[in-house]
Design a protein around this ligand. Sequence first.
Ligand code: GLN
Length: 501
Amino acid sequence: MNQLPPFVHEIAPKLSARELSSREVTQFFIDRIEKLQPTVNAFISWDAELALKTADVIDKRRIAGETLSPLAGMPIAIKDILCTTDSLTTCGSRILENYRSPYDAHVVAKLRAAGLVILGKTNLDEFAMGGSTETGFKGPAYNPWDLTRTCGGSSGGSAASVAAAMAPIAIGTDTGGSIRQPAAFCGICGLKPTYGRVSRYGLIAYASSLDQAGPFGHTISDLAMQLQIIAGHDPNDSTSLNVPVDDYVSEIAKPLSGVKIGVIREHLDGEGLDPQTRSALVEAIDEYKRMGCEIVDIHMPHTKYSIATYYIIAPSEASSNLSRYDGVHFGFRAALNQAKQLVTQGGKTPSALIEMISQSRSQGFGVEVRRRIMLGTYTLSAGYYDAYYKKALRVRRLIREDYDAAFEKVDVLLGPTTPTPPFRIGEKVNDPVQMYLEDLFTVGANLAGIPALSMPVGTTLSGLPIGMQLQGAPLSESKLLRVANAYHRAIEYRPKIALAI
Ligand code: GLN
């Protein structure tokens, strides 16, 4: 099976023409996982037997002449923060090490219903808090293009699995850039949809007003095909939008006519942007000009506050969401005799229950998650709520208004996904401020609730991937994907696989 093509646009037609079976395709990716997992560490768990069984069911249905969806029989990897009933869902955390969900996430249910074959659950930063996939309890995932570097985060396992053809496509989640930044670092495409376009039901919460699941793939068409399946209203998520789903797949093929592209000057000219990234973007802007697009300079005066705003709002919501992990309701519980010992220490005796909860949380959560809980508890506390949390909400509104004003002038905003190409493993993980600054260009879209994608736009001189970010008005995914696709078509983009087949 070594000669099997690893791309969706090659596999899908062969599956529907019955030139390939889903079992063969699934086996190919399982072989890749088994070969590369020790090197890349992209997965937290996978189940070859279960995946092959699912593949067989799809093959039988196809042979029986059933009309199947376009991605039926296609394998897919899922970030280990989306609930699945037939495997563990750990969030990369010791506290959920043995957690099995009694229900599937809405996204997962939709993918199963469309006949996709779930290969396994991918590595992430603990509870999706991070930008490098280094903080999960299963250790770091490695960038398949350079194993000394991070694959970005927090959905780094999903991105790395696609880049290394351990899965043809994957699902991640994006709270402040966790789909786009790993897509950029791994040389693939990734989309964060409009807030509410994809149901959050069964997506274990990090920051509920920012979290959104979305697809990874080698091409823009891979993103459109997955979004087609996972988008839509879900009564189980009260923030899910009850608006019709566009036909993304046919929309992306349409020509670009009269599209106006905005360039956020604060992003392109701001300090800290790697010069090679900048020149790749300048070339892309020229390409759009050649395609007849009008390029418009955009100023977003409040963009400079986005990191500060995000790192107040996200930890505030996290501290509240993560209060449910108490050693009682879910997962890991600190050994009780240890708790009892602590009870008897000192003059004033804390209750055994409080000690158990406190020990479970301090042993179960890693250092970054505890930092966020501390931060969020502080910014939500009575004395500081107005000064931090409430003020951050006000600035969030101003950031959204910057975007609203921009989208009155242009259709999409073009800019960098990340300030730098992939950094080294260990380089920033002990320096939270440096790590947070990596999110400079991505958090704005989450604060504003708008769709945004990252796509490959070239490589550095040393061959590291560079990503370009496109952002659009709420629910403009069709247009965003169309503008992205037109660029890849114009440069005759050919996706590549890292760690050659
Ligand atoms: N790096 C950001 C954070 O740590 C974004 C994470 C995400 O999008 N899940 O919060």
